[in-house]
Design a protein around this ligand. Structure first.
Ligand SMILES: [Zn+2]
Length: 178
């Protein structure tokens, strides 16, 4: 299939590509673009290097007394924890380690900071986008976001509350005026 992504679109998608968050098809398009575009490839390498440096810093902590077997377990579950993929029991285990182990706590803070960074760079790129195709990609991604928001229990309660109020007001108006 012909690769149609522009450099702008690839920059917008790059952080998701590095994090392996794109669909298989989209990820393949980005990969094809990188193979034939040295400018985007350079950006990709820079981003990858940044992540590798981040990993190196973590590896240097190996001599630290807190670098225990428990900490290793924590690290291997960290990304699943941040992505909300663990069950309750494992979640509590991760939280306990994060409280008692400063290395673990630092990792958790780093990963949240990193996620925020990716998100803000994505927001910035989004504002720079012009073409309809990239807007389409972005709106698909946002659509996934908004689905999550609706599942938020607080959001549900608010919606239910306002629906009830609407019905009560409508009922009162009906009784008074009809
Ligand atoms: Zn390019």
């Amino acid at each position: 299939m012909h690769n149609q992504l522009t450099c702008e679109q690839v920059s917008a998608l790059l952080s998701f590509y590095v994090e392996d968050k794109l669909s298989k098809k989209l990820s393949e398009y980005v990969k094809q673009h990188l193979e034939c575009c040295p400018i985007c490839m350079e950006k990709y390498i820079k981003m990858q290097n940044m992540i590798n440096r981040f990993m190196d810093i973590q590896n240097q902590e190996i001599d630290n007394p807190y670098a225990t077997k428990q900490y290793e377990d924590f690290k291997s579950n960290l990304s699943a924890y941040v992505d909300n993929e663990l069950d309750d029991f494992e979640n509590i285990k991760i939280k306990k380690i994060a409280i008692s182990n400063p290395l673990a706590r630092q990792d958790l803070e780093n990963i949240y900071t990193f996620k925020k960074l990716l998100h803000s760079s994505f927001e910035k790129t989004k504002n720079d986008l012009k073409t309809d195709y990239s807007k389409n990609i972005i709106s698909q991604l946002q659509h996934e976001d908004s689905k999550e928001k609706i599942q938020d229990p607080f959001f549900k309660v608010v919606i239910t509350f306002f629906t009830m109020i609407t019905f009560i007001v409508a009922g009162v108006i009906y009784i008074l005026y009809f």
